[in-house]
Design a protein around this ligand. Structure first.
Ligand code: ATP
Ligand code: MG
Length: 447
C-alpha cells in the first residue's frame, strides 16, 4: 500500500537525523545514584559487546533529582543472549519477551530495543483495531526506533553506559528543563494507538508537576471514551498506579477534569454528579487524602480499601434503593455489592483477591448499627474489623455516617472489659433488670 509508505516516509522526515548527545559534564546523572545491580547489568552487557543503556522513568527521575522507582535497561542484545549472560535471569512475557535479572533486593528489567508497530504493510493493519489501538507491538529495532515508539519525550532518554552520556532523539532534555510533558508524534494517533497513554499523561503531569503539551491537552477530552476499548484487566493496574502514587487526590481531580474518570468508574461518576448531596465528594476526597498521607508516612496502603472507597457511593445508593424495596439492611447491602461489582468489572477488572475484602468492608458497614448484645463483640472479633472501622470513620468524617456511631466504636475498642460490657448492655438489659426488681426498691433498679 504506497500511501502508507508515503506516510511513513513523511513521519521519518520529521525525525532528527541524529540524536543530541549530552556528554557527562552536560548532565547531572552520576553513577553513585544508580542502583549497583543495574550498573552490574549494564557493565556486563557492555563487556559482552552489546549496547546497554538505562531508559525511561529512571533516567527522567535521575535528571530531575528524584529517586527512581526502578531501573530499566534497554539493549541491542536479544532476550536469549541476555539470559546467557546472567545466571539469575528469567525471560517473561509471551507477546514481547523481556529479561528479568533477579537480585536479592530488586529485579532489573532488560528489554531489547524494539520498533513501533507502525503499519507499513497490508498485513500489519490487522494488528490495529478499528479505533487505531495497536494490538501487537513486538518487532526488534534500533535504539532510535526504540526512542520513537515511547510515549512522552521525557520518557525516551537513554543513559549510555559506554560513555556516560545522555542520548536524546526526541527533544526530551529540553522538555524536561521546561517542565513539559509532550507526547512523541501526533497526539491523536498516539492516544488512539494506546488509550492508556491518556492515563499516563495525567499520572506524570500530577507526579512531576509538569505542564501538558497544548495539543495533548486538547485531545484528551475528545478521546477519553477510547478507554472503553482497553482490556479491563490492564486498567486495574493502571488505576492502582494512578491512585497509589502519593498524589491520589490531585490525580482524581485531574482525571475528572479531562473526562477520564467516568470511563473508569461510570457508576461513581454518576453518583458524584448528583450535586444536591455534598458528601460523596467529601468522602472520596478524604479517602484519597488519607491514602496519600499513609504513603507519605510509609504505611501500607491496600488496593482493596482504595477500590472500596472509589465504589462506595454507588454501593450505598444501591443498598438504599434495595432497602426501600423492603429488604433488611444487611441483605440489601449484599445485593448492592454484587450489583455494583458485576457492573464495574466490565470497565476495570478487579481480581477476586481484592473484591473479597472489599465485599467484607462494605457488608460490615450496616453491622456497625448494632451496639447491643453479642453482635458488636462478634464484629470486633471479625478479621476485617479494623479496615471496616477505618472505613466507618471516613464515612462519619464526611457527614454520611452518624459521628456518634463512630465515636461509640472508637470508645468500645479503648475501654476495659467491664466498661465494654456496660457499653453493649444497652437499655434492654437494664429494662430486664428493672422488671426483675419490679417489686423491689426503685433505687437498686436504676443503679
Ligand atoms: P514510573 O516512574 O511510574 O515507573 P516510567 O516512565 O518508568 O514511570 P513505566 O510504566 O515503568 O513508566 O514504563 C517504562 C517506560 O516504557 C516509559 O518511560 C516509556 O518510555 C515506556 N512506556 C511505558 N508505557 C508506554 C506506553 N503505553 N506507550 C509507549 N511507551 C510506554
Ligand atoms: Mg518504571
Amino acid at each position: 500500500m504506497p500511501i502508507f509508505n508515503l506516510v511513513k516516509k513523511l513521519l521519518k522526515q520529521e525525525r532528527t537525523p541524529s540524536p543530541r548527545i549530552y556528554s557527562r559534564p552536560e548532565h547531572t546523572i552520576s553513577r553513585s545514584q544508580i542502583s549497583p545491580n543495574a550498573l552490574k547489568v549494564l557493565y556486563r552487557l557492555k563487556s559482552a559487546g552489546f549496547r546497554a543503556c538505562l531508559v525511561g522513568g529512571c533516567v527522567r527521575d535521575l535528571l530531575l533529582g528524584r529517586e527512581p522507582k526502578d531501573f530499566d535497561v534497554a539493549t541491542d542484545a536479544h532476550p536469549q543472549q541476555v539470559r546467557e549472560l546472567f545466571r539469575n535471569c528469567r525471560l517473561i512475557g509471551r507477546r514481547f519477551r523481556l529479561a528479568h535479572v533477579h537480585f536479592r533486593s530488586e529485579i532489573i528489567e532488560v528489554a531489547t530495543f524494539r520498533s513501533a508497530a507502525t503499519p507499513d504493510g497490508e498485513g500489519d493493519w490487522e494488528k490495529q483495531a478499528e479505533t487505531g489501538r495497536v494490538l501487537r507491538d513486538n518487532v526488534y529495532g534500533t535504539i532510535e526506533e526504540d526512542a520513537w515508539r515511547r510515549d512522552f519525550s521525557v520518557n525516551a532518554l537513554y543513559y549510555d553506559i559506554a560513555d556516560f552520556s545522555v542520548v536524546d532523539y526526541v527533544g526530551g532534555m529540553e522538555d524536561l528543563r521546561n517542565g513539559l510533558l509532550r507526547l512523541i508524534g501526533d497526539p491523536e494517533q498516539r492516544f488512539r494507538e494506546d488509550p492508556v497513554r491518556m492515563l499516563r499523561a495525567v499520572r506524570f503531569k500530577t507526579k512531576l508537576g509538569f505542564r501538558l503539551d497544548e495539543p495533548c491537552e486538547r485531545q484528551l477530552p475528545h478521546l477519553s471514551s477510547l478507554l472503553a476499548n482497553v482490556p479491563p484487566a490492564r486498567l486495574y493496574d493502571e488505576v492502582l498506579k494512578l491512585f497509589l502514587s502519593g498524589n491520589a487526590l490531585q490525580t482524581f481531580e485531574n482525571l475528572r477534569h479531562y473526562g477520564l474518570f467516568a470511563p473508569l468508574f461510570p457508576a461513581t461518576e454518576a453518583a458524584l454528579a448528583r450535586e444536591h448531596e455534598g458528601y460523596p465528594l467529601v468522602f472520596l476526597a478524604r479517602a484519597l487524602e488519607n491514602t496519600d498521607l499513609r504513603i507519605q508516612q510509609g504505611k501500607a496502603v491496600t488496593p482493596y480499601f482504595l477500590y472500596a472507597a472509589l465504589l462506595w457511593e454507588p454501593v450505598r445508593l444501591a443498598a438504599e434503593r434495595i432497602q426501600a424495596e423492603g429488604e433488611a439492611p444487611v441483605v440489601a447491602m449484599q445485593e448492592a455489592v454484587s450489583e455494583v461489582l458485576s457492573a464495574q468489572i466490565k470497565h476495570v477488572a478487579i481480581p477476586k483477591r481484592v473484591t473479597l475484602p472489599m465485599r467484607e468492608v462494605w457488608t460490615l458497614q450496616p453491622r456497625f448499627e448494632h451496639r447491643i448484645g453479642r453482635r458488636p463483640l462478634r464484629l470486633l472479633a471479625h478479621p476485617r474489623f479494623r479496615a471496616a472501622y477505618d472505613f466507618l470513620l471516613l464515612r462519619s468524617e464526611s457527614g454520611e455516617a452518624d459521628p456518634d456511631l463512630a465515636r461509640w466504636w472508637t470508645r468500645v475498642q479503648e475501654v476495659d472489659e467491664s466498661e465494654r460490657r456496660k457499653m453493649i448492655a444497652g437499655p434492654r438489659r437494664r429494662r430486664r433488670r428493672r422488671s426483675r426488681h419490679r417489686t423491689g426498691n426503685r433505687d437498686s433498679a436504676s443503679s
